[in-house]
Write a protein that binds this ligand. Structure first.
Ligand code: GLA
Length: 402
């Protein structure tokens, strides 16, 4: 009798330790995801709820054909509105009209092109577009996503009532890890509960730091009904600027998806938007129609020298190192010891902007090579500083290499 009790207690302990260590293994796998900021495409900014199997497959094809895949974009992410209900067993059901072959077929197609597959859900009872959310179904949904081959989950924060953000995101991370499939977790909580303070600890790979981006250049303003707030590119970078110390390999601040190519800004402004996202080590998730891009938009999204700044393996988020009214200098330390620099002109007319070596953390005496990343041109070796004329709402982006 004694031996039996001992044996069963021993067995229980063994089961406990085995399951604990396998849970830790999965968690270790997910902690190694997104060691550089994720790059891909998402349906929301251009298509909203108008998602379908045909459109998503077309976008995956275009990702490859356009050279975006070669430039590093890998995720094809379906945002809100792919889901319509739960079945009798509470399994999440994809819209049968829009996804007639089901979600696994979509994932298989995306994977067949060497790309990765992302979906969207919400920590609350309903998504922001009113579709069924994940609350109370986290483990069941994670198993389903894993069976579909999902590689990336964006998890939103609508209809969460009194839920605790940190606990809710820890819960979905644990569910994803328990599914046995490494899945990037994109926390979409808009910065309300300061996810930069806890996102890494709960296993988030990126976290939105602001409300939704709008396809416009300007600063933050109230919506026409007086509620807060519409965020243009400048509004977002101003909110993102103080958060630089929270970003690093595997865990990134997310200033929201790109609007490059969606028509609300000039090409100069889109070049600035893209350069600033790169200096911020932001996820580069394109949000335009990849099947139909003007060459100028294609050249922005596939500028490999700018992308290399974003993807630098040191994983530092850049910061604003100098500001004189509307003229700013942003700098990001790179792994080889050089600096990427953005000279940003927020004003309404062309201006000269200067980056001083001391603001970059270099002695003035240093002789450093400057390369323009939009003109793809070496500008020679200089000491103390470099200056450039910068168009209104434009940038000059360069590397400064000792
Ligand atoms: C929220 C998110 C957006 C998008 C929509 C979908 O607003 O912040 O990025 O996912 O929901 O409804």
């Amino acid at each position: 009798m004694k031996i039996n009790r001992f044996t069963s207690a021993f067995c229980l302990m063994a089961v406990f330790f085995v399951s604990l260590s396998s849970a830790q293994d999965y968690a270790a796998v997910s902690a190694n995801l997104a060691l550089t900021p994720p790059m891909g495409w998402n349906s929301w900014n251009k298509f909203g709820c108008n998602v379908s199997e045909d459109m998503i497959k077309g976008m995956a094809d275009a990702m490859v054909k356009s050279g975006m895949k070669d430039a590093g974009y890998i995720y094809i992410n379906i945002d809100d509105c792919w889901q319509v209900s739960r079945d009798a067993n509470a399994n999440i059901v994809a819209d049968p009209q829009r996804f007639p072959h089901g979600m696994k077929a979509v994932g298989d197609y995306i994977h067949s092109l060497g790309l990765k597959f992302g979906v969207y859900s919400d920590a609350g009872s309903k998504t922001c577009a009113g579709r069924p959310g994940g609350l109370g179904h986290e483990y069941q949904d994670a198993v389903q996503y894993a069976a579909w081959g999902v590689d990336y989950l964006k998890y939103d924060w609508c209809n969460t009532s009194t839920q605790d953000a940190r606990a809710s995101y820890a819960n979905i991370r644990a569910a994803l890890d328990a599914s046995g499939r490494p899945i990037v977790l994109s926390i979409c909580e808009w910065g309300t509960a300061k996810p930069w303070l806890w996102g890494k600890e709960v296993g988030g790979n990126l976290w939105r730091s602001t409300g939704d981006i709008q396809d416009r250049w300007g600063e933050q303003k109230k919506w026409p009904d007086g509620t807060c707030c519409s965020n243009g590119v400048l509004a977002i970078i101003d909110q993102e600027a103080p958060l630089y110390s929270y970003a690093g390999p595997g865990h990134w601040n997310d200033p929201d998806m790109l609007e490059v190519g969606n028509g609300g800004m000039t090409d100069t402004e889109y070049r600035s938007h893209f350069s600033l996202w790169a200096i911020l080590a932001a996820p580069l998730i394109a949000g335009n129609d990849l099947r139909d891009m003007r060459p100028e938009i294609h050249d922005i999204l596939t500028n490999k020298e700018v992308i290399a700044v974003d993807q630098d393996p040191l994983g530092r988020q850049g910061l604003r190192v100098a500001k004189d009214g509307d003229l700013e200098v942003w700098a990001k330390q790179l792994k080889d010891g050089s600096r990427a620099v953005v000279l940003l002109n927020r004003s309404g007319s062309e201006q000269e902007i200067t980056a001083n070596w001391q603001d970059l953390g270099y002695p003035s005496s240093l002789n450093a090579s400057v390369r323009d990343l939009w003109q793809h041109r070496d500008l020679g070796k200089v000491s103390a500083k470099f200056s450039a004329r910068v168009p209104s709402h434009g940038v000059v982006m360069a590397t400064v290499k000792p």
